[in-house]
Design a protein around this ligand. Structure first.
Ligand SMILES: C=C(OP(=O)(O)O)C(=O)O
Ligand SMILES: [Mg+2]
Length: 415
């Protein structure tokens, strides 16, 4: 029934205006699925390879499509993804590109769901999924690789941990984003938006903390539930091999740990992603030991439930790159207590699922994530519900971001 009969690949635009890969999968009985690859700017050194879109399409047409069409069932996701890996033949999708691989993987999953007549999250997660929802982390001020002449810290995130529903959480993040604009205007600071739709003012990190804290506090009063603050430091982009170089300071690795621990205390941060360089497992372990050692419930929100323990989540993005081997190393060494999950970072949904499973088994909170370059694809919203992930990071505003957020609202209403 779900035998793949046709795979089409094409170039489409991503949100930065760059070409990316879109895949369409058709099955014998008329099932259809479409998926598109996102693209990172602050990419980890150990990520799977993204090839130029045209090259990735040509290589996938030559090496992967003939092994899938007429031979593999879209409903059998592990087989689809295994064949993608075999067709590629490398560890990191260097031959067909992780962008072609992930687009086909997601399109096949949607074709499988289409044949079953089930929502994607149910096809991926099973009949008993759909009653736990992630807290959305919304990027409200950003800089780093996502905007020139803005903050050194890449992302300042609103984290509406007390929201009674996904819809409330999504609207709260948009309200914080709007309030940040007002606070910046009051201070006479002009701001355009960065790649993910966050405000990208020419202010230093200290002022950004003040602005976000004020905006969060105002919106908390309006909505009547707790909104925390999170960060993606994206510290590999600041590290030059010896020190972390900020516009106004230079910090050794030990000083960076003290700096982040102090920020966690001062702003009661609920979430800090990539506080240290992608090779510094020991530094992650030291920081986690200091601020994040309490056991974490790695399941998502049921209605009205606070989806976290009292500790701060220390999340590995560039550190783990959604790779089970790197995650296993981190678990063994006590580095971080949370993992960012970006399907295109590893190349297939199966690989992303395996990373989530390993994380949950070991008390690490999976955080499903977009990329800075995105499309209208909503797969990650379904992935988060399918795995009862406690958090999803997918921006606060902007069409390619709201595509996922609005999908979560729809899933919550219909589930
Ligand atoms: C979403 C991120 O940015 P990018 O996609 O540029 O890696 C991130 O670093 O978490
Ligand atoms: Mg990151």
């Amino acid at each position: 029934m779900t035998l793949i009969t046709e795979i089409r690949l094409r170039r489409i635009l991503d949100s930065r205006g760059n070409p990316t890969v879109e895949a369409e999968v058709r099955t014998e009985s008329g099932g259809f699925g479409r998926g598109a690859a996102p693209s990172g700017a602050s990419t980890g050194e150990y990520e799977a390879i993204e090839l130029p879109a045209e090259e990735a399409i040509a290589r996938a047409r030559e090496l992967a499509v003939p092994r899938l069409e007429g031979q593999v069932y879209a409903g059998d996701q592990r087989s689809v993804d295994r064949v993608l890996r075999e067709a590629d033949g490398t560890e990191n999708f260097g031959e067909i590109g992780a962008n072609s691989a992930v687009a086909i993987s997601m399109a096949a999953a949607k074709a499988g769901a289409d044949m079953l007549g089930a929502p994607l999250y149910q096809h991926l997660g099973g009949a008993f999924r759909g009653n736990e929802f992630p807290t959305p982390l919304g990027n409200v001020i950003g800089g780093g690789e996502h905007a020139a002449d803005a903050t050194d810290i890449q992302e300042f995130l609103a984290a509406p941990v007390g929201a009674p529903s996904v819809a409330d959480a999504v609207f709260a993040n948009a309200a914080v984003h709007g309030e940040v604009s007002d606070v910046l205007a009051d201070r006479g600071v002009p701001a355009a938006k960065g790649d993910e739709g966050a405000w990208a003012p020419a202010i230093d990190d200290a002022e950004a903390f003040e602005v976000v804290a004020e905006a969060v506090s105002t919106v908390e009063d309006e909505v009547g539930f707790e909104i925390g603050i999170g960060l993606d430091v994206a510290a590999s982009e600041l590290f030059d091999g010896d020190a972390y170089r900020y516009a106004d300071a230079e910090r050794t690795p030990d000083e960076q740990i003290d700096y982040v621990a102090d920020l966690i205390d001062e702003y009661d941060l609920v979430y800090v992603e990539d506080p240290l360089d992608e090779d510094d497992f020991d530094g992650f372990a030291a920081l986690t030991d200091r601020v994040g050692s309490e056991a974490h419930s790695a399941s998502g929100r049921s209605s009205g439930q606070r989806p976290r323990g009292d500790r701060t989540l220390i999340c590995g993005d560039d550190l783990f790159v959604t790779n089970v081997e790197r995650l296993a190393t981190g678990i063994e060494r006590g580095a971080a207590n949370s993992v960012l999950v970006k399907p295109n970072q590893i190349g297939t949904l199966t690989d992303a699922f395996d990373a989530i499973e390993l994380a949950v088994e070991n008390g690490y909170a999976p955080v499903i994530s977009h990329r800075s370059g995105e499309t209208e694809d909503t797969t990650i919203a379904h992935l988060a519900v399918a795995t009862a992930a406690p958090y999803i990071k997918t921006g606060a505003v902007g069409g390619e971001r709201t595509a996922k957020l609005n999908e979560l609202i729809r899933i919550e209403e219909n589930a």
